[in-house]
Design a protein around this ligand. Structure first.
Ligand code: GLN
Length: 483
């Protein structure tokens, strides 16, 4: 019971079959025992967690506790947590303690969750493997020779290994959906603007989207219920009526129209991945859905477009790390300029520097029109493809990634190969539309495969409904790695 799902644990706590202190102690012990194997955490706040658990038990005793009271969760270390280090996986912020909570962090606090720790990630959320962390790579719980995906790999590994029932992540080009897929769990990236970016260390502001990892669609809905909502401190946060993301879970799928983009089923997709996706689609047909072919002719341009826009925004956002305002400052320097140079040379890793260089270049005078402006125009064309597709179908399905997890080290010297792994997820960020990954099979080596379910803006409840009905009929989401 102590490794139950979010819904199960919340119910067990509410009915007092377990106490929050018991659950938290057990969770902390499991995290401690697994840390050397997966390196899923950067910071574990045992003392803080036990304090929150005691308060949760007191509130449960009073009988007026909010829905997730006493349930332990973890946050990706890119989200500010008051009083607990937020490193962003970087030397630059290795000792940074934020004075406030991110909006989604406070939402989950208000819902009653107990924060046990901060999860490991690619430095500044740049990457698809969680190998670029200053704190060392994260390993995939299904096979520790393999990456868990990235950049939210620590959160994904922690949920896959049953260390916590749910965790937060952020998705700028796939960083929730891709690691969820590679570790056999569920991950949801909501519509841009549904979850506030306040207190999220900015990577690419027009793409960054907080979201959640859990083991079931139902649990993802519970997480979103706590995380979503308007926040005046983020100018792109959407002021919409509150919704219950679990409201449509039980709806039958008869009549659902699933779009199959030709571009997601072509060459370049691993055979085992293609077979698992076909099998999942067959299951949906059994549940009453129909599949229709759709075309997304510009989606092939999403990787080059993203790798202009994301680095451009990153180069601007990361200019604030100058040794004056936050974090690391070089110990020895001659003058101000030398201090900037040495601080940034020491504080940032190779991938972050690569992005800053590319971003500065595409924004520079004479290149701006050729690269940045052109990329924004193509971004609009890609959004048009999706809008047209959704006139013919309710959701789109396909693989999350062209291949299952790869071996640690396999792609570190080949950034382009690493970037191409994001081909199916990036469009969701360029368009702002929601997407979700759910487990749907394994490859010949026993590594998990994820199904990508995408929808038009604000289709979160629909995606969760579709995922929940699939999970009601299958048991892929119940499979756990042997630990
Ligand atoms: N893999 C992509 C990148 O490296 C996306 C990362 C993300 O979503 N944070 O930029």
């Amino acid at each position: 019971m102590l490794t139950g799902t979010l819904a199960e644990l919340a119910a067990a706590l509410r009915s007092k079959r377990v106490s929050a202190v018991e659950v938290t102690r057990d969770t902390l012990a499991r995290i401690d025992a697994a840390q050397a194997r997966y390196n899923a955490f950067i910071t574990v706040d045992a003392e803080g967690a036990l304090g929150q658990a005691k308060a949760a038990d007191a509130q449960l005793a009073k009988g007026d506790a909010p829905p997730l009271t006493g349930v332990p969760i973890a946050h990706k270390d890119v989200l500010m947590t008051a009083g607990v280090k937020t490193t962003c996986g970087s030397r630059m912020l290795a000792n940074f303690v934020a004075p406030y909570d991110a909006h989604v962090v406070s939402g989950l606090r208000v819902a009653g969750t107990v924060l046990v720790g901060k999860t490991n990630m690619d430095e500044f959320a740049m990457g698809s493997s969680s190998e670029s962390s200053y704190f060392g790579p994260v390993r995939n719980p299904w096979n520790t020779d393999y990456v868990p995906g990235g950049s939210s790999g620590g959160s994904a590994a922690a949920v896959a290994a049953r260390l916590v029932p749910a965790a937060t992540g952020t998705d700028t080009g796939g960083s929730i959906r891709q690691p969820a897929s590679l570790t056999g769990i569920c991950g949801i990236k909501p519509t841009y603007g549904v979850c506030s970016r306040y207190g999220l260390v900015a990577f690419a502001s027009s793409l960054d989207t907080p979201g959640a990892f859990a083991r079931s669609a139902e649990d993802c809905a519970l997480m979103l219920n706590a995380m979503a909502g308007h926040d005046a401190r983020d100018s792109t946060s959407l002021d919409r009526p509150r919704e219950d993301y679990a409201r449509a879970l039980a709806q039958p799928l008869a009549g659902l129209r699933i779009g199959m983009p030709a571009e997601y089923f072509g060459q370049g997709v691993d055979d085992d991945v293609a077979a698992a996706i076909e099998q999942a689609l067959a299951q949906f047909r059994k549940l009453g859905a129909t599949t229709v072919p759709v075309a997304l002719p510009n989606v092939k341009l999403s990787v080059p477009v993203y790798y202009v826009i994301a680095p451009a925004e990153a180069s601007s956002n990361l200019s604030r790390f100058d040794g004056v305002r936050y974090g690391h400052r070089a110990a020895n320097y001659t003058d101000l300029l030398d201090m900037y140079k040495k601080t940034r040379a020491e504080g940032f890793g190779a991938e972050v520097k690569r992005r800053i260089l590319v971003g500065t270049y595409v924004l520079s005078h004479g290149y701006y029109d050729a690269y940045y402006l052109k990329a924004q125009q193509v971004r609009r064309l890609i959004a048009g493809d999706f809008s047209r597709a959704y006139t013919q179908c309710d959701v789109l399905m396909g693989p999350v990634a062209p291949a299952p997890a790869f071996k640690l080290g396999d792609r570190v010297d080949d950034p382009v190969q690493m970037y191409l792994g994001d081909i199916f997820t990036i469009a969701g960020n360029l368009t702002g539309m929601p997407g979700m990954s759910i487990p749907c099979g394994f490859d010949r080596r026993g590594l998990p495969i994820g199904l990508l379910i995408q929808g038009p803006a604000f289709a979160e409840a629909k995606l969760l409904n579709v995922a929940h009905q699939f999970q009601h009929a299958t048991d892929w989401h119940l499979k756990a790695p042997s630990t």
